[in-house]
Design a protein around this ligand. Structure first.
Ligand code: UDP
Length: 466
């Protein structure tokens, strides 16, 4: 009789802040189970694992060199250092990890700890044929909404076209998705808009996502009370086998040390926020990728100045602001250049509003805090998320869209002020109610708690005899 051994799961995150942060939250949860875990990383992303590895020292790391690509600047290993137009190349370059991973997994088969399953980001669809080659199951992890995931896969599956190739407002419909949403061409992810039939990178990116359909299922950072409509009805033109809605995944260390080195401590910001009334401060962030073009940054800054609102604005280092702005608003506005302690800020009682680009992690963090979003989507799945929040869920006000059109300062100041002074309205109470539903979903017996348990059981079934 062989010895029974906990299953060995190979975890492969996608190196972008918005993907790796929730992936590590999931990994932390898995580390609390009877599983043996190895996480794959390329050298310059290793520091991002610190919060996970310090909490879960039993996790092994497998560091592999980033595959060299003639199309990417040398040394770039994280998508935050690339413009959206290079994402396809980045996704494609990563697929060259197939061969070193295959060698490593094969080398483990004769040991006491052979790999039993792969859990990998949904941007790493090429790990599906890798898993099949070895004869082990693969589960895809999605850091997006189910709706956003469905829209992306539907696009790459169906390849819907515009009749007029110059019409950026051309409507593209999604009849297989509940509610049959319609998005304008410019609201679709650049990953799809840049697809060219026959182009090797386009075809590789397309295939990368189509492989996800063959995975045993998606582990999704979402929850039933929010996206039940997409979870309960089969996504007809798609073929996802199973979705475990496990979110919002609980942040490691309460979210205080995720995604980068903080440029200001959480306690400094908390002390600054303490002086303001409940729900009176707007927090502004466009996430880890987007840089607000300087004309938009100037208009937003001026609108904030005119609106008289209290705010904390977390921005990328390269964002430019009008001359003297920081001094003029110092009493009622805080500027954080670099990485901000976002989760802590959103949960401070004086923060009532979040002007967000609608990256899915930011959305979940706002919902957890029970605060209202002001939407300004910029790219990828953010337009889909924003429309869902405003039109379907009723949890947000639309503020602006995209990085090319520039709003008028007065118009923006008015929309901002009007939204924020609508305190006590329906949206606000819906957001608070959603905050309660999040707490319910993730607490013992809640829907996400159960789904996470179900996913863990699926992995534990793979126990091996050695
Ligand atoms: N984030 C943060 N500090 C920052 C900027 C972002 O902690 O200064 C975190 C944020 O809390 C979220 C993630 O980075 O967890 C960004 O992911 P999201 O999906 O919102 O947007 P993306 O960066 O992928 O566009």
């Amino acid at each position: 009789m062989g010895k029974r051994q906990p299953p060995h799961v190979l975890l492969i995150p996608f190196p972008a802040q918005g993907h790796i942060i929730p992936f590590l939250d999931l990994s932390h949860h898995l580390a609390l189970q009877n599983l043996s875990l190895t996480i794959v990383v390329t050298p310059s992303n290793l520091p991002l694992l610190s919060p996970l590895l310090s909490k879960s020292p039993s996790i092994q790391t497998l560091s592999l060199p980033f595959p060299s690509s003639p199309h990417l600047p040398p040394g770039v290993e994280n998508s935050k250092d690339l413009p959206p137009s290079s994402f396809g190349l980045f996704i494609h370059a990563l697929s060259s990890l197939h061969s070193p991973l295959l060698s490593w997994i094969t080398s483990q088969t004769q040991t006491q700890n052979p790999v039993s399953a792969i859990v990998s980001d949904f941007f790493l669809g090429w790990t599906q044929p890798l898993a099949e080659e070895i004869g082990i199951p693969r589960f895809a992890f999605s850091s997006s909404a189910v709706l956003g995931t469905a829209v992306l896969h539907s696009l790459l599956h169906r390849l819907p076209q515009r009749l007029d190739a110059t019409d950026d407002s051309y409507p593209i419909s999604f009849p297989g998705i509940p509610g049959s949403p319609i998005y304008l061409w410019r609201q679709l992810t650049f990953l799809y808009r840049s697809y060219r039939e026959g182009d090797p990178v386009s075809e590789a990116v397309r295939q990368n996502f189509l492989w996800n359909f063959e995975s045993l299922g998606f582990v999704s950072n979402t929850f039933k009370a929010l996206e039940g409509i997409y979870l309960e009805h089969p996504l007809e033109d798609l073929g996802f086998r199973k979705i475990w809605a496990v979110g919002p995944l609980t942040p490691i260390n309460g979210g205080t040390s995720r995604g980068g080195v903080m440029s200001v401590s959480a306690s400094q910001v908390m002390t600054w926020l303490d002086r303001f009334d409940e729900g009176s401060v707007v927090y502004i962030s466009f996430g880890s990728q987007a840089v607000l073009p300087s004309v938009q940054a100037t208009v937003l800054a001026t609108a904030l100045e005119k609106s008289g609102l209290h705010f904390v604005w977390a921005m990328r280092d390269s964002t430019t602001l009008p001359e003297g702005f920081e001094e003029r608003i110092a009493k009622r506005g805080m500027i954080i250049k670099g990485w901000a302690p976002q989760v802590a800020i959103l949960s401070h009682h004086s923060v009532g509003w979040f002007l967000t680009h609608c990256g899915w992690n930011s959305v979940l963090e706002a919902l957890t805090a029970g605060i209202v979003m002001l939407t300004w989507p910029m790219a990828s799945d953010q337009f889909v998320n924003a429309r869902f929040l405003v039109e379907v869920a009723g949890l947000a006000f639309p503020l602006w869209e995209g990085s090319s059109e520039v709003p008028r300062e007065d118009e923006l100041a008015n929309i901002l002020k009007e939204a924020v002074t609508l305190k006590g309205t329906e949206v606000r109470s819906r957001a608070k109610e959603m905050g309660r539903k999040v707490a319910e979903a993730v607490s013992e017996g809640g829907s996400s708690y159960q789904e996470l348990e179900g996913f863990v059981q699926e992995l534990l079934k793979l126990e091996v005899n050695v």
